[in-house]
Design a protein around this ligand. Structure first.
Ligand code: C2O
Ligand code: CU
Ligand code: CU
Length: 518
């Protein structure tokens, strides 16, 4: 039975995930072991404990904190039950004939060798009893030679990622470096990661995930994947609508949208701005003040909130993004329109000596003049053999041969041509990129002729997107131009790019690509 009674918001304190302790720390590498385990966890005061799957038995998983150039190895262990507790559709890619519970871990935004990237077909079952066709190694290697950034790790098994992440398999992965440290940003207990996700619950406190689309047309398999999932409650760090008691001072928050399909447009009821200092790929050139922040699934924003003028006040972080985004149903201001609350009710424990420097970092250049290759990559709607909506990249399926082979060290220009009515958060593994611009085009003309006819001028990225990205919102009826750099810290080999709406990624909106020798 689906829970009908509304849960009371802001009754539970915000949990802050602990930092993962290494097994050993040697000059050659730091070694971690992370087990995936099933447990029960209280997600709200008035809910019985909920069955979850978590890294180290925790949802969210413990935060992995590393330094730039610190080599890390992680043994990811699957200790999950044999059966999934969420409805597994056996008709979609990767699910047919494979074990029901399979996992593989991707460190999102981390530049890693292809055998450690969490390729969707490199899955493994409990105790590595069975492994997927791309499985190569048990212990993953992360060189961490990239700049400081807010990254995250999560499940990536083919055809079941949406269920594994929904079950709780996600955590933060933070890279720090000397540049960031020298900036004197708020840190220690004044630096907090916020993982934002939507969930629905059954009356017994268990997670609700739809078995089939509603209404289900005749002939649909049971279970059957849904085109998108939107929960009716918002959780931050695994608690429903939590609150955080804060001091009247500056805090740094690492915002991450870890939802399956939901976008968020965040605002603060105090009217104060988010002082954004970073994007997916780390620090921006300089801070920007924005009244609202939109985050599609997998996007991050590194922000500073200054509570020093709000002593005694209660500030609500709200969401106003329709679902689906951008033209779907408006949020309910009493439920999905709420995210969390900040209560400025703690005395100052010490003087706030942190600062917000005017210059943060030099962004690596992404010169258009060095682009050697332009790729037109379309996002299209189609139907599968059950008549279900099927979203494709380049009109190709996951199992079609590789068509994208960028050279190591090169810059490319990717034009994401979105012919669908929804925004898709497009993520490329292994690289970071800058957004060049977005330009509206005539979708009907493109569908008929395959040619681009523009209907307006190119629009530069919004201020909150002017940094390094690994996930970009490709809006409907627009060409989104990005400049990925398959830079020298990248590796050659097979990686993937995909839509980060998990229901899309799990059902063909994902393509392999290969970085080849330059
Ligand atoms: Cu966040 Cu391919 O994933
Ligand atoms: Cu990734
Ligand atoms: Cu999508």
């Amino acid at each position: 039975m689906r829970l009908q009674r509304r849960l009371t918001p802001f009754v539970d304190p915000l949990p802050i995930p602990g930092v993962l302790k290494p097994i050993s720390r040697k000059p050659r590498f730091t070694f971690y072991v992370v087990r995936m385990m099933e447990t029960f966890q209280k997600l709200h005061r008035d809910l019985p404990p909920t069955r979850i799957w978590g890294y180290e038995g925790k949802y969210p998983g413990p935060t992995i904190e590393v330094w730039r150039n610190e080599p890390v190895r992680v043994l990811w262990l699957n200790q999950l039950p044999k059966r999934h507790f969420l409805p597994v559709d056996q008709t979609i890619h990767g699910a047919r004939g494979n074990p029901e519970v399979r996992t593989v871990v991707h460190a999102h935004g981390v530049v890693s060798p292809p055998d450690s990237d969490g390729h969707p077909d490199a899955w493994f079952t409990r105790g590595f009893r069975e492994t997927g066709p791309f499985f190569q190694r048990r212990i993953y290697r992360y060189p961490n030679t990239q700049r400081a950034a807010t990254l995250w790790y999560h499940d990536h098994a083919l055809g079941i990622t949406r269920l594994n992440i929904y079950a709780g398999l996600a955590g933060f992965y933070l890279i720090r470096d000397g540049e960031e440290l020298s900036l004197n940003l708020p840190r220690g207990k004044f630096e907090i990661p916020l993982l934002i996700q939507d969930r629905s619950f059954n009356r017994d406190g268990s997670l609700f995930y739809p078995r089939r689309p509603q209404p289900a047309s005749p002939g649909l398999p049971d279970p059957s994947i849904v085109p998108e999932f939107f929960g009716d409650t918002i959780l931050v760090n695994g608690k429903v609508w939590p609150f955080l008691s804060v001091e009247p001072r500056k805090y740094r928050f690492r915002l991450l949208n870890g939802s399956n399909s939901r976008f968020y447009t965040l605002r603060l009821s105090s009217g104060q701005p988010f002082i954004q200092i970073g994007t997916d790929g780390g620090l921006m050139a300089r801070p920007v003040r924005v009244q609202s922040l939109t985050l599609g699934p997998a996007e991050r924003a590194d922000v500073i909130l200054d509570f020093s003028n709000f002593k005694g006040k209660t500030i609500t972080m709200t969401n106003s993004a329709p679902a689906p985004y951008p033209d779907g149903d408006p949020v309910n201001p009493r439920t999905t329109g709420l995210v969390m609350q900040f209560r400025v009710n703690r005395p100052l424990s010490s003087r706030d000596t942190s600062s917000i420097p005017r210059r943060l970092s030099a962004l690596p250049p992404t010169p258009l003049s060095r682009v050697r290759r332009v790729r037109n990559l379309s996002l299209v709607e189609s139907n599968d053999r059950f008549g279900r909506l099927l979203l494709l990249l380049e009109n190709r399926r996951w199992s079609d041969p590789i068509t994208t082979r960028p050279r190591l060290g090169s810059f490319e220009l990717w034009q994401l041509i979105n012919t669908t009515p929804d925004t898709h958060p497009i993520h490329i593994h292994e690289v970071h990129f800058r957004i060049l611009n977005r330009q509206p085009f005539d979708v009907n003309h493109f569908n008929r002729t395959g040619k681009l006819r523009f209907t307006g001028a190119p629009v530069p990225p919004s201020p909150d997107e002017r940094g390094l990205k690994d996930t970009v919102r490709a809006n409907p009826g627009q060409v989104t131009r990005i400049i990925p750099h398959f830079g020298l810290t990248s590796f050659t080999g097979e990686f993937v790019w995909h839509c980060h709406i998990l229901e899309h990624e799990d059902w063909e909106m994902m393509r392999p690509y290969r970085i080849v020798r330059g």
